[in-house]
Design a protein around this ligand. Structure first.
Ligand SMILES: CCCCCCCCCCCCC/C=C/[C@@H](O)[C@H](CO)NC(=O)CCCCCCCCCCCCCCC
Ligand SMILES: Nc1ncnc2c1ncn2[C@@H]1O[C@H](COP(=O)(O)OP(=O)(O)OP(=O)(O)O)[C@@H](O)[C@H]1O
Ligand SMILES: [Ca+2]
Length: 474
């Protein structure tokens, strides 16, 4: 239920059956409620009910209002006017603000003036005690600003050093809402099931709560960034680097850069070390999906002392870590369809050097029912902690070992790397960290189980809830 209002009009309508009567009378109450529609979308619907006894009616209203425990009353809202198709402000004003007003939510709205405005405001100025949650209107980049602001502020306030990779981070008490208005909207899509602003606003209003894992990324004990969706080196790093130059094109920039990078077919050498996640429910190859209600009993930090690190060296077209499915309109099942939002792990996907044709087969499988991991050049591991070192950063002893293992060929490829003008593959790519380029290629990544909470409930099983008798469901 979104809100209950006193009905002032005195009009009459056809009577229905049952106790909820669609008749407007003087004593009527207007009930605004959530109606489930197709493909995980929610809409606001209205019904007026009357009750012969005023006392009973009052009792109903009080009971309904008490069901509002856990709902936000005060929200801090940041709008990126330049995200996606630059519709953020319009979407918020026309579709979201009226719903918040109906639900009696007070908002303090900021339209961002530059990149990192929201992050810096949250880090230093925002009076967080006054709010129950933070809402961002924009894409994954805006969401990233919000978590960077909130996580940093929470750690500083309690004296945890965010630069220290071994620190156990403390969660913020504020939940985060996403009103999708970006180019990919993968975090919204993977936590709600759709990228629809009205649906997201309704999940915020009813006070849903979905915990989520966050990866911290460090380079030599220096904090770089947090990631909740994709950390991608090689293909997705190169697509992002190329697409940033085409920002003016809007969301289509990713497709154009995607085709360009697919044709470039660059591979990168390096070493990946990872700590496999033990004591986990499921594997990345499971048919089961992360669905609403699946949350590990409680937030916890793992004791990794018994588990052994594994190391893989090679030539990779892509190295991807998906901390959640990364489902989005481009790939409705996601980069790692069985990944979980809040299980304290990330799925490390290694795509080794292969032919263009094979890589295309792998990419195409993101869009159909076939398993994108069921290919000889692709492997996937569920991990809690991993490191990557590009080959040109490897220690001298590692390079010597490579030379002994691979002979003269290595010497020539080293010469090529030192002389990029010869047109061979570049020595290193960049990391795409939730849509931002990292400044370093050698990184150390740890998963922090359930570090943040969203106003969402995960993806619901559609068969249980869709009401096909309702016109909005058709
Ligand atoms: C042939 C069709 C193949 C379709 C393959 C679809 C795979 C799409 C995978 C998308 C994964 C998105 C993960 C989310 C990452 C976000 O944290 C981040 C911030 O918003 N978004 C991106 O980095 C934005 C990344 C956007 C990447 C788009 C890649 C498009 C690839 C197109 C390849 C075409 C080959 C055609 C050959 C003729
Ligand atoms: N006022 C502003 N002017 C310029 N850039 C901004 C402003 N406010 C936020 N930004 C930056 O814009 C970038 C993109 O924002 P956003 O994530 O909303 O859209 P997007 O990149 O189109 O979508 P997606 O991240 O889903 O691909 C973010 O990195 C954010 O830091
Ligand atoms: Ca996870």
């Amino acid at each position: 239920i979104i809100s209950v209002r006193e009905e002032e009009e005195n009009s009459s309508r056809r009577r229905g059956d049952g106790s909820w009567k669609k008749i407007k009378e003087r004593e009527g109450k207007d009930l605004l409620y959530v109606e489930r529609c197709r493909r995980h979308r929610w809409r606001c619907a209205e019904v007026t009910f009357t009750c012969s006894e005023e006392a009973l009616c009052h009792h109903w209203v009080i009971t309904l209002l008490f069901s509002s425990a856990g709902r936000p009353k005060h929200l801090l809202v940041y709008i990126n006017p330049y995200g996606g198709k630059q519709q953020g402000k319009r979407i918020y004003e026309q579709k979201v603000a009226p719903l918040f007003a109906l639900a009696g939510i007070f908002t303090h709205v900021f339209v961002t003036q530059h990149a990192n405005y929201a992050r810096d405001h949250l880090r230093t100025e925002a009076e967080l005690k006054k709010f129950d949650g933070v809402v961002c209107v924009g894409g994954d980049g805006m969401f990233s600003e919000i978590i960077h602001g909130l996580i940093w502020r929470t750690q500083i306030d309690i004296g945890v050093d965010p630069n220290c990779p071994d620190e156990i981070l403390l969660p913020s008490s504020l939940r985060i809402g996403i009103i999708p208005a970006g180019s990919t909207d993968c975090i919204c899509f993977a936590t709600v099931g759709t990228n629809d602003p009205v649906t997201s606003a309704l999940h915020i209003i009813v006070g849903d709560s979905q915990p989520m894992d966050v990866c911290s990324v460090h380079h030599n004990n220096m904090f770089l960034r947090y990631s909740v969706s994709l950390l991608g080196y090689g293909f997705y790093g190169d697509v992002l680097t190329d697409s940033e130059r085409k920002r003016w094109m809007g969301p289509a920039r990713y497709d154009l850069s995607g085709v360009k990078m697919f044709l470039s077919h660059h591979y990168y050498e390096g070493t990946v070390s990872y700590l496999p996640a033990s004591d986990i429910v499921g594997t990345p190859r499971d048919a089961a999906r992360c669905r609403s209600g699946y949350v590990r009993a409680e937030r916890y930090e793992m004791d990794d002392s018994d588990t052994e690190w594994r190391t893989i060296r090679g030539k990779f077209l892509a190295i991807n870590a998906a901390s959640m499915s990364c489902a989005c309109p481009r790939t409705p099942k996601g980069l790692s369809p069985a990944a979980h939002l809040a299980d304290g792990t990330t799925d490390l996907i290694l795509v080794r050097k292969c032919s263009r044709f094979d890589f295309l087969r792998h990419l195409l499988r993101h869009t159909n029912k076939d398993d994108q991991f069921d290919l000889t050049f692709v492997e996937v591991h569920r991990v809690r902690h991993f490191r990557f070192t590009p080959r040109h950063c490897q220690s001298d002893s590692d390079l010597e070992l490579d030379l002994r293992e691979n002979g003269k060929h290595q010497i020539f490829s080293q010469i090529c790397r030192d002389h990029p003008a010869c047109g061979c593959t570049p020595a290193y790519s960049s990391w795409n960290c939730d849509g931002e380029i990292l400044n370093h290629t050698a990184i150390d990544v740890r998963v922090h189980c359930q570090l943040i909470k969203l106003f969402a409930r995960g993806i619901e099983e559609p068969t249980v809830f869709e009401d096909f008798t309702n016109p909005c469901a058709i």
